[in-house]
Design a protein around this ligand. Structure first.
Ligand code: CAA
Length: 296
């Protein structure tokens, strides 16, 4: 099994930029691709500031941080992925859009390249079927923020080969992540459990069980979660949470996965969470002390 030396990441949002940073920090050459050059500029800023946080905590030297940033090549041109060993797709959570991208990547990438998806819930088998190399397609699901969270969820599609699985596992281990393996069913392990909890928190808010603050404090202090479910939904993105609930609902065909109307309404109102400045909470002009969990 050849060692992965170069990585392409498609999509430069929170997840894509975090994955690119992680790969570069562990010495890989990285191509970070996005069709939107403004998104690439935002990714550059986010990666620099995250690296700076590691440097200021002495987890990374100033020179290693600068080297990591220099190893990331930011580009709007997908064709530049023609020579990379491993590609991670981290674009929007839409099966149609992802399938189109996989078809394109299949044409561009070298024959030996692995095509991984960071999808939170969509079938790897179906994404693989849009390529001529289903044995080289796999789910490699990072948690947000990828440079911090210790887990990678690996999902084999129906035709994923052992070689692809072991190469993906080796890469995740290089990033010092703990690996869990899931069957290819909607939501895999983490989101199958996390998203219904977040959705239930929305139902609790929607039906007036408690205030948003008390729901979050309840779960933080009552179950030792680092963030309350509503705060976490804002962190992940309400649009992402809604997409995942829709995938669970459609694929598992059980009404217990029906998205809460309040979640749907927030997304309709473009209250998408932290990235938009407003979600369940309003992050615009908030001082540190006024953050959701400041009462703790
Ligand atoms: N880059 C570098 N360092 C970072 C960072 C980043 N992007 N984000 C946080 N940190 C560091 C901070 O510097 C800080 O370090 P120290 O403790 O050494 O000072 C530490 O992480 C904690 O950060 P903060 O003090 O800013 O904030 P926090 O204590 O609230 O921690 C958090 C932030 C790590 C995100 C924590 O709140 C947390 O673990 N939240 C839950 C996150 C979670 O559940 N993620 C998974 C979501 S599900 C998912 O991703 C799957 C999906 O498909 C939707």
């Amino acid at each position: 099994m050849a060692e992965t030396k170069s990585v392409g990441v498609v999509g430069s949002g929170q997840m894509g930029s975090g994955i690119a940073q992680l790969a570069a920090t562990y010495g890989l050459h990285v191509w970070l691709v996005d069709t939107d050059s403004d998104a690439l500029s935002r990714a550059t800023t986010a990666i620099s500031s995250s690296i700076q946080r590691f440097v200021s905590k002495r987890l990374l030297s100033e020179a290693a941080g600068a080297d990591a940033l220099a190893r990331i090549h930011f580009t709007t041109n997908l064709q530049e992925l023609s020579s990379v060993d491993f590609i991670v797709e981290a674009i929007i959570e839409s099966e149609d859009v992802k399938k189109k991208l996989f078809t394109e990547l299949d044409k561009i990438a070298k024959k030996s390249a692995i095509l991984a998806s960071n999808t939170s819930s969509i079938s790897i088998t179906r994404l693989a079927s849009s390529t001529t190399r289903p044995h080289k397609v796999i789910g490699m699901h990072f948690m947000n923020p990828p440079p911090i969270m210790k887990l990678v969820e690996i999902v084999r599609g129906a035709d994923t080969s052992d070689e692809t699985f072991y190469a993906t596992k080796a890469l995740a281990e290089k990033f010092r992540k703990t690996i869990i393996c899931s069957q290819d069913y909607a939501g895999f392990i983490v989101n199958r459990i996390l998203m219904p909890m977040i959705n239930e928190a929305f139902y609790a808010l929607y039906t007036g069980v408690a205030t948003k603050e008390d729901i979050d404090i309840g779960m933080k202090l009552g179950t030792n979660h680092p963030m309350g479910p509503l705060e976490l939904a804002d962190f992940i993105g309400l649009d992402v949470c809604l997409s995942i609930m829709k995938v669970l609902h459609a694929n598992l065909q059980d009404n217990k996965y029906a998205p809460c109307p309040l979640l749907v309404q927030y997304v309709d109102a473009r209250r998408l969470g932290r990235k938009q400045g407003i979600g369940v909470y309003d992050y615009r002009n908030l001082s540190q002390e006024a953050k959701p969990s400041a009462r703790l």
